[in-house]
Design a protein. Sequence first.
Length: 343
Amino acid sequence: MKKQVLVTGGTGYIGSHTTVELIEAGYDVVIIDNLVNSRIEVLDGIEKITGVRPVFENFDLCNRQKLEEFCKKYPDIVAIIHFAALKAVGESVQMPLEYYHNNIESLINLLYVMRGYKIPNLVFSSSCTVYGQPDKLPVTEDAPIKKANSPYGNTKQISEEIIQDTIAAHQGLKAISLRYFNPIGAHISAEIGELPLGVPQNLVPFVTQSAYGIRETIRVFGNDYNTPDGTGIRDYINVVDLARAHVVAITRLIENRNKKDYEVFNLGTGNGLTVLEIIHSFEKATGIKLNYKIVERRPGDIDAVYADTSFANRELGWKALIPLEETLLSAWNWENNIRKKLG
Ligand code: NAD
Ligand code: WQD
């Protein structure tokens, strides 16, 4: 019988790509999502790619009673991948309570039902934001956690601590936190991808929308950073590579191959790229000339962060493989496909 995995936030950007990889790896996926930042049509995309429509339950994970009812309805779930969260850094500064409530309450509810319904395995979506501006690059998993520079970032730090404390107190529960660097791109089929609401805050969705003509000139936030061309350096990882790491992590837990009850892995490529390198690689991959201008630094941005991936490579036997230009082309193909669909 197929093992059943609960994917929270499964109609979201990373959750949908992970659902595809889980199905293709032979898992039976059940999704919970309240569609606060995604569309129900994502299920059509998943079905087109895999031939399977995952079971979908629409409710808010902050509703503990609904979650209890869900657990009674699906007693065979052996593991949870928890993507559901609010994730807009700037918005979290404006609405801290909504962010703390949504991201922390939903996690606590999940941990309660894991304990109560004996669901032993959790993979949690964390972020490289927990490192702030690291003292040493590339950043390793044991680098110090710096004070978060947004309520969003703080929810990730607090969540990791809550998980760690819960695992320590309750034998039988195990978890892996995956700290993502900058996920970009889309499934090669262009059937699923990232669809930000309103003006994209992240670089690559802004680039694709600008190339499509929906947005004006790309603003490059600062060229006086301590980097070779002065623009910020990040570690951009293809979302499908990222999704595959989740399959590896959840399988490691299910098969009891984890070395500790709580483990943390960086998910990046290990390569740092500047904003201008991304812009020029996109131009090369697509043949489209982009309009951009250098503007002031964006408050809260750091000079550079990229991952030391050696621990994840070694322990998980996983590596990001998809080349950057292919990734940027996939983002562009998705932008074209979704705009056609949205009309
Ligand atoms: P996303 O917004 O596309 O997906 C999150 C999904 O969770 C959405 O479909 C949303 O509707 C759902 N959701 C939110 N709160 C919910 C609730 N209370 N109940 C039920 N559903 C709820 O975001 P994403 O980019 O796919 O990110 C997934 C996870 O990865 C998040 O935890 C995010 O913080 C983390 N992360 C994302 C990035 C990134 O750059 N995208 C980087 C690091 C970490
Ligand atoms: C990348 C680079 C910008 C937009 C954010 C969150 C982080 C994580 C990933 C969740 C930076 C520059 C951007 C633009 C630009 N998410 N930029 N013009 O800030 O590294 O990380 O997403 O956990 O927590 O903070 O990603 O894509 O916004 O920016 O010049 O219009 O592009 O200054 O150097 P960031 P990003």
